[in-house]
Design a protein around this ligand. Structure first.
Ligand code: NAD
Length: 293
């Protein structure tokens, strides 16, 4: 069993970007600039955004963090996005989800300019991804591809089972693993909360992507010998022994599943850091795309 070390691969992506940013600086070119919008005081969102902004700073990207109150009217939020859309220095815009209940998520996603949509959630970005056209890929699925690529995990002709069909993880990774490219060329089965024979399907999988948000859901009896297991889950569990008061659990029962696998991602330190690396890659691409315009 080999660990797919997201922390390590993420660091290598960042080191590479840092060198490229340094070269741009020396050439007097514009530096990549990510603008993040954080609404309200959701603890997990705060942590994610802080980590994204910190990562930008570490590699020499510019970053702007816009903190807005939880009761902000949707219209005011859209005005803020419009300002960032028109700011030529800003290359990428992300609005941290989830949003307060009174704000329509789809309205917000569609208000971001497609060429600044570094989260890859805009319907046009998704449509382009589905058709295999150049597009910003959603960060978590893109991070998974980078990880598989780094470890040269064979995907062609494999049966990939994706558990979860959300717009941010399950559905896009199922499309990407199915494309005619590397990583890809898998035969993909997408399972969800209404799939009756999940265990039976998982037992046929060469690659399992667990993205359902149920801690330690995937157990050894659901995984065949030699499988590749990618654990996307992040669930905060109360843990008084930790300073933070919680610990993070994945969707895979790691201790029992790992011995059966050829490759497996840990949680934390697997897909999580890769998601940030992918966001940085998207922001870099958004910036350099302007060089030729
Ligand atoms: P979601 O709640 O939007 O979607 C969950 C999906 O799982 C749904 O499609 C649902 O049908 C399916 N599902 C739920 N229970 C199921 C069951 N018992 N059997 C089969 N399918 C079931 O969640 P999401 O936003 O896709 O996130 C999934 C997990 O990934 C969460 O733990 C989330 O925190 C984590 N996540 C991690 C990262 C990262 O960077 N590592 C990024 C995004 C999400």
């Amino acid at each position: 069993m080999e660990m797919l070390d997201g922390k390590l691969v993420s660091q290598s992506v960042r080191d590479d970007l840092k060198k490229k940013v340094e070269a741009r600086r020396n050439e007097g070119k514009k530096l990549p600039h990510l603008a993040a919008i954080l609404i309200g005081n959701n603890g997990a969102s705060e942590t994610y955004v802080a980590s994204k902004v910190k990562s930008c700073e570490e590699i020499g990207f510019r970053s702007t963090l816009l903190r807005l109150p939880a009761d902000i009217p949707e219209e005011t939020l859209l005005e803020h996005i419009d300002i960032l859309n028109r700011d030529s220095d800003v290359d990428g815009i992300l609005v941290q989800l989830p949003l307060p209940a009174h704000i329509r998520e789809q309205q917000v996603i569609e208000s971001i300019r497609v060429d600044k949509d570094v989260d890859g959630f805009h319907p046009e970005s998704v449509g382009r991804m589905v058709q295999g056209l150049p597009a910003f890929l959603p960060a978590t699925p893109y991070g998974i591809l980078l990880l598989l690529e780094h470890y040269k995990v064979e995907t062609k002709g494999k049966h990939a089972v994706v558990i979860g069909r959300s717009n941010i993880v399950g559905r896009p990774i199922s499309i990407l693993l199915n494309r005619n490219d590397y990583p890809g060329n898998c035969t993909v089965t997408v399972c969800h909360s209404h799939t009756p024979n999940l265990k039976e399907i998982c037992l046929q999988a060469d690659i399992i992507i667990a993205a359902l948000g149920r801690p330690e859901f995937l157990t050894a009896d659901m995984v065949r010998e030699g499988a590749v297991v990618i654990d996307v889950g992040i669930t905060r569990m109360p843990d008084p022994s930790r300073k933070s008061g919680f610990s993070i659990r994945g969707d895979v029962h790691f201790d029992s599943v790992a011995p059966r696998c050829t490759y497996i991602t840990p949680v934390p330190g697997g897909v999580g850091p890769m998601t940030i690396a992918a966001l940085l890659m998207n922001t870099w691409k958004a910036c350099i795309a302007k060089d030729t315009n």
